[in-house]
Structure formats: C-alpha cells, structure tokens
Design a protein around this ligand. Structure first.
Ligand SMILES: [Zn+2]
Length: 461
C-alpha cells in the first residue's frame, strides 16, 4: 500500500481549495518562468549563463546577499546558479535542484517559436516548459516568497539551477558542482525533476515520486563498404544492411519484467483504475506475463516501465547521390532497467541485428546510479500533501525512463527524489519533442505543492 492515509493536519485542511498561490506570487512565478523559457539554453547551441545571471539578479533584488549566491561552472557559457536560504541549522540542508539547459528545438519543427513563452487555451508553450524550467522557476519564486514571508526553516534550503543536464558529459553542471563546490550543495537529500503527476483520460490518477531511474546506453551501429559507382549496384550495400538490421530492431522487444519499485507502482496504480485495466495492473504487480503484455501495449509509459527499451534515434551515411555508400551508421538509444547489465543489453542487440557487417560499439560514457532509500519523512510529506490538495489521488514511488542529475547525486550519497506536483497527460508527454507545454493550472498547483512540501520538510513539528 502506497497510499498514505494520514489524517490531514489542521494546516493541511486549510489548504483544500487553496491550490492556487496568491496573485502576486503567481505573477512572480509566471514572470520568472517566461524569462527562463525565452532564454535560449539549448545544450549545443545555447548558454545557461544568462539564465543563471538573471536569477541571481532577481534574488539580489529580493534581498538575498551576494555572499549567498554563486554563479559559475565548467566553462563561461555553462554557468550554474546556487543560492542558500539560511535556516536554524538544526538539520542538514535540503537541496532543491532543477536544470536550466534544454534539448534543442528548431523553429521549423514546431508550430510556433519554441523560445517564445506563449499562453494558449490553458497551456504554457515553449521549449523547457516541462523539462525543466517550470521547476526552476518555482524554486526561485518560492524562495523569494519565503523571504518575503519571513519563513524560518530549521535547516538551510539550497536551490541549485544547473547547466548541461541534457548534454551530460564533462560539462555536466551537477557533476561539476559535486567535484568543485561540494560544500555549496552538500545536503541530507535532494528534491529534483523526474516525478510528476499523471493524468489519464482527463483524470488525475497519481502523483509520482521518482526513487530510481533507468540508465542510458547509446550504441553506434556502423556498416562500411568499399563503395563504387551507383550505376553498377551490388547486393552488398551498407545502407541496405543497416536498414534491414534496424527493421529487425523495430520488431524486437526486451523481456517484460518488474522490480521492487515498479511492482509497488503498478499495485498503487491498480487502485485508481477501473475494470479490466485495474485487474491487469494488479496482476502485473504479481508478475503475470499475459497481463504485462496487455499493459505494455496500452501505454508507452507502462511499456517503458516494464522493460529495457532500445530505439534508433539518428542515422547518417552515403557521401554522394551517384556513389554506393561507404558508410551507413545509426545511433540506438537504450533506456535500461537498473537490474539489466550493459553486457546483457549489448549481447541481446547483437543477436537481434543478426548481421556481422553491422558493428556495435558503445558511444560515450555509461553511468549507473543506485536507487534512493525510501525515506519515510519525504514519502509521508508527499503523500499527505497530495491527499490534501487532490483528495483520493495516491502518491506513488516510481522508476523513471529518462536519466536525470539525480544519478550523480545518488552516487555521492545524496538521496534524490523526483517530485513536482505538476500534472500532465501521461500519453502526451512532450519533453524533448515539438510544442512542449505545461497546463497553466498544473503549473500553479505545482508551485503551491512545492511551496508547502519544502516548508513541511524544513520545520520541526
Ligand atoms: Zn530534465
């Protein structure tokens, strides 16, 4: 049972019907959100420094001393922002994390300018509205609100807005902070992206808390031929080899299975569904294979929760219109269950591609992190607040499909929980895709949720 049936406290009871922040704080959060979304921080072509500096300026204007604000990073264009809100120091700080870089977005791929913040028909549109500038904006707006309200936490609150989360690699912001500025971000635990509220058929069904995540492996598939003139084709063609191998991959699925976190997830989800789906989710939690197959088919999210996935994401090849290709290459991006090894995935792919001419190598680094321990205080606070703001909606521990900065923090002993309280349609998640958006109400409710959650975790009752 993952539903926390804790009677709401008096304070919590007052919250019912007050899921919207007061108007001035709503306006502030919206202004910050707009400023962040319109700051072009695509991880290959953009920079995070302007966003970090803009937030530093806002914090200083709100009365935060310069000595509590740090702006810096691995290279001048990839600055992180770290700000400390001082508490009584009775417990170790809480780290509140979000990243300010975004996946690239091309104007021609979108039906609007991805770097213009647009409100339309109940949604905020723009690259980063979901991943991850909503949480970044809310952390800053809420910190300023605490300051204005004279809130005195029993521990320091640290907000870190990081660079290069989407890029990974040597310039990763949180990794750089861990190596170079550990003292600035050292904390008992961290709240981060990676868990959001799920909507299905217009109904809120769960508020997710991410406690573990899949890890990422990129494989480069290469076929090389000696080439020749296109007027004299031969059957041994690099593009055909590659295409056939990818076609076999497209028809392959890794075995369906569950682990501790996903079993708990499906069990909790079965309680908020009805009919056949309810039965199937309960059976999945017990390991029934036929139910797993139906559930995987029913939703891309459930499919990705039940298995390692590998998908072709990029192709390249050929050097002239009138020449036989000498190279056909592809990138295959795998999101791997924590319990599946790199060797297992590589071996399985080799079998599926079934062509000696297709070479398979790992591109870039592979990092795996441990799951965070299930902390009672965090899970209870999330459960209680969720039940108060959205009665009947369970708080559910999950494993996420993408990798986040939580990986690096967990690896150095800072347990990290992905929780946001932003509700989204689970079958229309547009992170990294076109016309990325966030519901207007979802954004402001998440603002209230995170405001209350951090407050409850930094007060001694
Ligand atoms: Zn993200």
């Amino acid at each position: 049972m993952l539903r926390f049936l804790v009677p709401p406290s008096l304070l919590a009871a007052c919250l019912v019907g007050q899921s919207m922040p007061p108007e001035p704080h709503r306006q502030l959060a919206r202004d910050i959100y707009k400023e962040l979304v319109e700051s072009k921080s695509g991880y290959t072509t953009g920079a995070t420094t302007p966003a970090a500096e803009a937030m530093a300026a806002r914090l200083k204007a709100a009365g935060f001393p310069a000595s509590d604000i740090f702006v810096g990073g691995a290279i001048p264009t990839k600055a992180n922002l770290v700000v400390r809100y001082h508490g009584a120091g009775r417990r170790k700080p809480i780290l509140l994390l979000a990243h300010t870089d975004v996946v690239e977005a091309k104007r021609e791929d979108w039906s609007m300018d991805p770097f213009q913040f647009i409100e339309r028909e109940g949604y905020f549109y723009g690259r980063g509205t979901g991943d991850d500038k909503a949480q970044a904006a809310v952390w800053i707006a809420n910190l300023i609100r605490y300051k204005q309200e004279g809130f005195q936490p029993d521990r320091d609150l640290i907000v870190a807005l990081t660079a290069d989360e989407e890029g990974g690699g040597p310039y990763n912001g949180v990794e750089w902070l861990i190596k170079n500025k550990r003292g600035l971000i050292d904390a008992e635990f961290c709240l981060n992206e990676g868990g959001w509220g799920e909507i299905s058929g217009g109904r809120k069904i769960s508020n997710d808390i991410q406690v573990s995540e899949k890890y990422v492996i990129n494989f480069r598939l290469e076929v090389r031929n000696k080439g020749g003139h296109s007027s004299l084709p031969v059957s041994d063609n690099a593009i055909y080899h590659q295409a056939a191998a990818l076609d076999r991959l497209s028809k392959f699925g890794f075995p369906l299975k569950t682990n501790e976190v996903t079993r708990a997830y499906f069990q909790a989800m079965s309680k908020s569904e009805t009919g056949r789906v309810k039965d199937d989710l309960a059976k999945v939690a017990e390991g029934a294979r036929d139910a797993m197959e139906r559930v995987a088919l029913a939703s891309p999210s459930w499919n990705a929760t039940l298995r390692t996935t590998c998908v072709a994401t990029q192709i390249e090849g050929g050097h002239a219109r009138n020449a036989l290709p000498q190279l056909a290459a592809a990138n295959v991006n795998c999101r791997v269950l924590p319990e599946d090894s790199v060797e297992y995935v590589q071996g399985a792919l080799q079998k599926v591609l079934a062509d000696d001419q297709v070479s398979l190598t790992i591109a870039g680094e592979v990092s795996r992190g441990p799951a965070s321990p299930i902390r009672e205080d965090v899970l209870k606070a999330v459960g209680r607040l969720t039940d108060t703001m959205w009665p009947g909606v369970p708080a559910v521990p999950i494993m996420v499909m993408g990798a986040t900065d939580g990986l690096y923090l967990r690896a150095v002993g800072i347990p990290t929980y992905g929780v946001q309280g932003f509700f989204m349609d689970r079958d229309d998640i547009r992170f990294h895709g076109r016309d990325e958006r966030m519901g207007v109400t979802s954004f402001f409710e998440g603002q209230t949720f995170l405001y209350q959650l951090v407050k409850s975790l930094s007060k001694t009752d």
